[in-house]
Ligand binder design. Structure first.
Ligand code: T46
Length: 153
């Protein structure tokens, strides 16, 4: 899965004196049906999460509160993304090894996922992942979000 398919998405932001509001619609602001939502919170200082790749799963990671870094690794190169805005999300495709670290105190990582939880979708061993890189997942349908280019950074 090439790095070009992983990108920062920008979600709509409604600014208001009462506070700001952002929203995310499936197949409009993210290029998939949202089948699952989960979140990481109460992450202790210095902790790291992730350390795996997915065979089919697409995800968008959002720093709903605070900040953290996501390191993506396509088996050849590594790239670090710092997430610290609740109106941005990092789109991560299949066959991309990911690690999360540098969580700020009180940060919350919200994840929108294209599939339910399936342990068999994981590569949790890096060497096994690299051995299987040729079996990449199906590409996403970007046509919907391309029609709404305001949310591409
Ligand atoms: C990812 C990063 C960002 C479930 O039962 N259901 C779920 O939907 C998830 C995500 C996890 N679990 C169970 C499986 C494990 O027993 O929760 C436990 C911890 O999961 P894991 O070690 O995979 O957590 P992270 O933070 O390392 O990784 C998770 C996601 O698994 C992964 O897809 O990209 O967050």
């Amino acid at each position: 899965m090439p790095f070009e398919d992983c990108r920062i998405l920008r979600f709509p932001r409604v600014e208001d004196r009462r506070g700001n509001l952002s929203f995310i619609e499936a197949n409009r602001h993210v290029p998939f049906d949202i089948e699952r939502v989960y979140y990481l919170y109460d992450v202790p200082g210095g902790a790291a999460r992730g350390g795996h790749a997915h065979k089919q799963l697409w995800q968008v990671l959002v720093a709903i509160s605070g900040s953290f870094d996501v390191i993506l690794d396509d088996g050849e190169a590594r790239q670090r993304f710092s997430l610290n805005r609740s109106y941005n999300g990092l789109l991560v495709g299949p066959m991309m090894w990911r690690e999360l670290d540098n969580f700020s105190s009180g940060s919350v990582c919200l994840v929108l996922a294209s599939r339910p939880y399936e342990e068999e979708d994981y590569y949790r061993d890096y060497d096994h992942y690299r051995d299987n890189l040729r079996n990449s997942g199906s590409p996403p349908d970007f046509s919907q979000i391309k029609r709404h280019p305001e949310n591409l950074e």
